[in-house]
Design a protein around this ligand. Sequence first.
Ligand SMILES: C[S@@+](CC[C@H](N)C(=O)[O-])C[C@H]1O[C@@H](n2cnc3c(N)ncnc32)[C@H](O)[C@@H]1O
Length: 202
Amino acid sequence: MPHKQPYTAIPRFYDLLDLPFEYGRYRPIRRVMFKDVDGVILDAGVGTGRNMAFYPPDAEITGIDLSPAMLARARQRKATLSIDTDLFEMDVTDTDFADGQFDFIIATFLFCVLEDEYQLPALKELRRVCKADGEIRILEYAYSKNSWRRFVMHLWAPWVRLMYGATFERRTEQYVDAAGLILAEERFLYKDIIKLLILRRQ
Ligand SMILES: C[S@@+](CC[C@H](N)C(=O)[O-])C[C@H]1O[C@@H](n2cnc3c(N)ncnc32)[C@H](O)[C@@H]1O
């Protein structure tokens, strides 16, 4: 499947650009994403490895990303934090993993980057590699219902699209059923703009 690859220029600046958000809002959220997570874990769209500081110490964790430049940053972070994790260049819509390989799959800010036509293929692939009793946790942005916050988000949207290839208006939930998954839980972790989706196999 041909794939748009937006993350070639940004990796050098990614952590710097994201710094205010990382420390202002993301870090407590990342902790929640890895709460009670153990066993064999996939960090899908690992990016520069921002989740690594929250990986459970005894888990077996694999990170994948489409961007070699983001993975290079992730490898540096892995070395700095002395984390034992495997990192591979892979497309989330078409991975090399075996069926039912993972207990938990974590995807933070991946689905807001995936174009609409890749949402269902990505969910189907994550379902395939997730164990029958496993769990998929997705973190993504949504437009606020608060009119001021929504207005500010609309001002930011072109920049976010340009720099990250992301939008605030992905509707990942609408593909869940077609992917053979159920939406076990949906809740906001930051105001009404960053939400957690917990998916399980049907
Ligand atoms: C906004 S970043 C989020 C990175 C990281 N998960 C985080 O929380 O900071 C999105 C990442 O998804 C990766 N990505 C985009 N499309 C992908 C795909 N089809 N398969 C795997 N990774 C992909 C990008 O290269 C980028 O590193």
